[in-house]
Design a binder for this molecule. Structure first.
Ligand code: COA
Length: 259
């Protein structure tokens, strides 16, 4: 089981994060499955729209924190660890550069890396249950995966600072006002279906050219800011202050579950 399910409906490909019992937390298997899907989509001109959603009550609770999996741990050698730590960032870069129009369907928790995955999509649609949170700092590492420049691009520097530096929750109505989501709908499936219909009604090549243009503008805004994110991921968990923060975060999560 890869943690990602792919469904095909004519010109529409649905990528479904499929670990509902773990709130679709993003682990290595999910990374590999999404990377394979993106590789296939790069050469699939019959696919015109990609819908990304999560199975169950949440889009995704972000990076899987059950195994302390940050930092490319387990890879031998500095270069290999650095490469492993950069996997999600490389995926987001490739995902953003797809020629298809990508639509994120967001409900419930959209945390950390999941918010970045959503931020790499062209159009984000949510229902009222959406809650966005960026807890990386509390876990003891700076936000990585190209997250800071990507969030700044999508919602502006002042709000990105607030969300990243405080880890507070952004509810659905604020997500709409900020531009993090472009559409807030009562019924997520219906809202996504009508957006997909609008996209499919457009002529294929001009739409792809427009996507390519928008995507190039967006990627230019990310610039060189995130060149060392993999190094931050690989290095932070070795620092005692980071380890302490991560242990405190995990203890608070366990404590919350007991009460
Ligand atoms: N990594 C691994 N497992 C996760 C997870 C994550 N990021 N988020 C949730 N899960 C698992 C829980 O451990 C639990 O599994 P279990 O039933 O085997 O114990 C299951 O998903 C359901 O989560 P639970 O905490 O019971 O649901 P909740 O509704 O009470 O709380 C959250 C939801 C999202 C508030 C809470 O799960 C949470 O804080 N998760 C961590 C989010 C996070 O810090 N992500 C890292 C981003 S960098």
């Amino acid at each position: 089981m890869s943690g990602v399910r792919t469904e095909r409906d004519g010109a529409v490909v649905h990528l479904v994060l499929d670990r509902p019992d773990k709130l679709n937390a993003l682990n290595g298997e999910v990374l590999r499955a999404l990377t394979d899907s993106v590789a296939a989509l790069e050469d699939d001109l019959d696919a015109r729209v990609v819908v990304l959603r999560g199975e169950g009550r949440a889009f995704s609770a972000g990076a899987d924190i059950s195994g302390g999996g940050f930092g490319g741990a387990g890879s031998s050698g500095w270069a290999a660890r650095r490469h492993a730590a950069g996997g999600w960032q490389r995926l987001l870069d490739r995902f953003e550069a797809l020629s298809q129009i990508t639509v994120a369907a967001l409900r419930g928790h959209c945390i950390g890396g999941a918010a970045l995955l959503a931020a790499a999509c062209d159009i984000r649609i949510a229902d009222e249950s959406l809650q966005v949170r960026i807890p990386e700092l509390a876990i003891g590492i700076p936000l990585t995966w190209g997250g800071n420049p990507r969030l700044v691009r999508e919602i502006g520097l002042p709000l990105a600072r607030d969300l990243v530096m405080t880890g507070r929750i952004m509810e659905a109505d604020e997500a709409l006002r900020s531009g993090f989501v472009q559409r807030l709908v009562a019924d997520l499936d219906e809202g996504v279906a009508s957006c997909v219909e609008e996209l499919l009604a457009m002529p294929d090549a001009p739409l792809r050219m427009t996507k390519a243009m928008m995507s190039a503008i967006g990627r230019a805004q990310i610039g060189a800011a995130a060149w060392a994110d993999a190094d931050l991921i690989a290095w932070s968990p070795r620092e005692p202050e980071s380890q302490q923060a991560a242990a405190g975060y995990a203890a608070r999560k366990r404590g919350r579950k007991k009460t």
